[in-house]
Design a protein around this ligand. Structure first.
Ligand SMILES: Cc1cc2nc3c(=O)[nH]c(=O)nc-3n(C[C@H](O)[C@H](O)[C@H](O)COP(=O)(O)OP(=O)(O)OC[C@H]3O[C@@H](n4cnc5c(N)ncnc54)[C@H](O)[C@@H]3O)c2cc1C
Length: 418
């Protein structure tokens, strides 16, 4: 089934053109070959080399077409080979390309490389651009972002214990990280390090620095890929043991690591939520199609059953509410209004809505819903994971309440129109 994307009347021509061109690639190039793209075997048997080769070749062909249509790397400025989209344009593109799982990589957006690229664009020196950013954007290098630690709360980045100490003109890094995504393939990591103690002078958010660490530096020990949802993964546990890198490998000024992480996560959360909208859109299409065709007890189609009609209505509301919240948040980010309350709100609401929508679709499909023949099982675990990654729900709830209470304590009330 093709994704139904038409021009949105209130959007400007450029955004509509981007959405339509993206949908054309998704519908004509990606969906017809989706099962072959990743060389997967869903039946548990080994994947043949031929299937893997075919997947690689198909991906290469699609990426070529994406570049021809000038839809490559929406997150990057033109000087680094990207589309130079505004924040809102990129968000609107994501809801379309996320219709097919994994399609983002065919448009040049692959986490965590994409987040690292953005941080390198903003905080990197010209020399770092040449050495790390350009090879990353050209696909000659892979990267990881190494912040979370097994023995400290990832939900509170200020708890990080990995230390970097200056010895002459070198940083010496010691620490233990895990869930560094893409760790197996990465050529370098951006490592979040403590460069000042909590009681040293300076603000509480000025004690961390992000440092580029090539994986082949002595002392970088990738212990394992941590299994996720029962499967091997590339989310790696890494020990950094007396790792020495030149001082010029630090990103930005010493102490700006926390700020850089917030920059990365804030925008990233909006993009992730718009991706979730795209995945919900696909789920909805699959579910409704099934409801209109499956015949059950009494010779009736599922669509005659009110339980099923309820699933359609509830899912419609979940998707529409999510989409409008994310678009509103993206609008605020673009217009310079403080978006923090809304970012936290979408970070909680959208993954939960996504989870509900996929849960209903799985129920509608019965056994097929949990099978590997549909993207639903992947969407389901993905939606659940999103409630933890990039800050767990509870932390964002606390942030929303704090922001609102602060305003009421200041004698104001909340203005929902702005
Ligand atoms: C698939 C996946 C990929 C990831 N990729 C990366 C990556 O590439 N790089 C990286 O650095 N990290 C990555 N992470 C880690 C992720 O960012 C952390 O898991 C997340 O920030 C939560 O940290 P934690 O796991 O240490 O949980 P904790 O901080 O221990 O929190 C656990 C639970 O405690 C509760 N909680 C925490 N704080 C509060 C509070 N203040 N009030 C009430 N309840 C609270 C919440 O329910 C929370 O879920 C990834 C995680 C996953 C699952």
């Amino acid at each position: 089934m093709a994704m139904n994307v038409k021009p949105v009347p209130h959007l400007d021509e450029e955004v509509n053109e981007i959405r339509l061109a993206t949908a054309e690639i998704v519908n004509e190039e990606i969906l017809p070959v989706e099962e072959k793209l990743w060389g997967y075997s869903f039946d548990g048997s080994r994947v043949s080399k031929e299937a893997v080769r075919e997947g690689v070749e198909l991906r290469r062909q699609i990426q070529h077409k994406v570049k021809e249509r000038k839809l490559w790397a929406p997150h990057l400025p033109p000087e680094f080979g990207g589309m130079g989209l505004s924040f809102l344009q990129h968000a609107y593109m994501n809801e379309v390309l996320a219709y097919s799982p994994g399609a983002a990589s065919l448009f040049g957006v692959v986490a965590p490389n994409s987040g690292n690229q953005k941080i390198l664009v903003k905080y990197g020196s010209p020399d770092q651009h040449r050495k790390w950013l350009i090879p990353l954007t050209e696909g000659r290098m892979q990267s990881g972002f190494s912040m979370t630690e097994p023995h400290n709360a990832g939900s509170d980045p200020r708890s990080i214990q990995t230390r970097a100490e200056l010895d002459g003109d070198e940083w010496v890094i010691n620490g233990h990280k895990w869930f560094t995504s893409n760790g197996h393939a990465a050529d370098f990591f951006i490592v979040m390090c403590r460069t000042a103690d909590p009681d040293d002078p300076g603000g509480v958010n000025d004690k961390m620095t992000q440092i580029i660490v090539p994986k082949n530096t002595p002392g970088v020990n990738v212990i394992r890929g941590v299994p996720v949802w029962g499967k091997a993964s590339s989310h790696c546990e890494i020990k950094y043991e007396n790792v020495r890198v030149p001082k010029e490998n630090q990103l930005g000024r010493t102490g700006t690591g926390h700020r850089a992480a917030q920059d990365r996560l804030g925008a990233g959360r909006v993009y992730h939520c718009m991706n979730s909208v795209g995945s919900m859109w696909r789920t909805f299409d699959l579910m409704v199609e099934r409801i209109t065709t499956r015949v059950v007890h009494g010779g009736e189609k599922l669509e005659e059953k009110q339980f099923m009609q309820g699933f359609i209505a509830d899912s419609y509301m979940d998707i529409q509410a999510s989409r409008l919240m994310v678009v509103d948040c993206a609008n605020k980010m673009e217009s310079g209004v403080d978006p923090r309350t809304d970012i936290s709100a979408i970070k909680i609401f959208v993954p939960a809505a996504y989870h509900r929508v996929v849960d209903r679709a799985i129920q509608v499909f019965g056994a097929k819903g949990v099978s590997g023949d549909l993207p639903l099982a992947g969407f389901y675990t993905g939606a659940r994971t999103l409630r933890i990654a990039d800050g767990p729900d509870e932390v964002h709830r606390i942030l929303i309440a704090k922001n609102i209470l602060r305003r009421y304590h200041a004698g104001e009330t909340w203005d929902f129109g702005n």
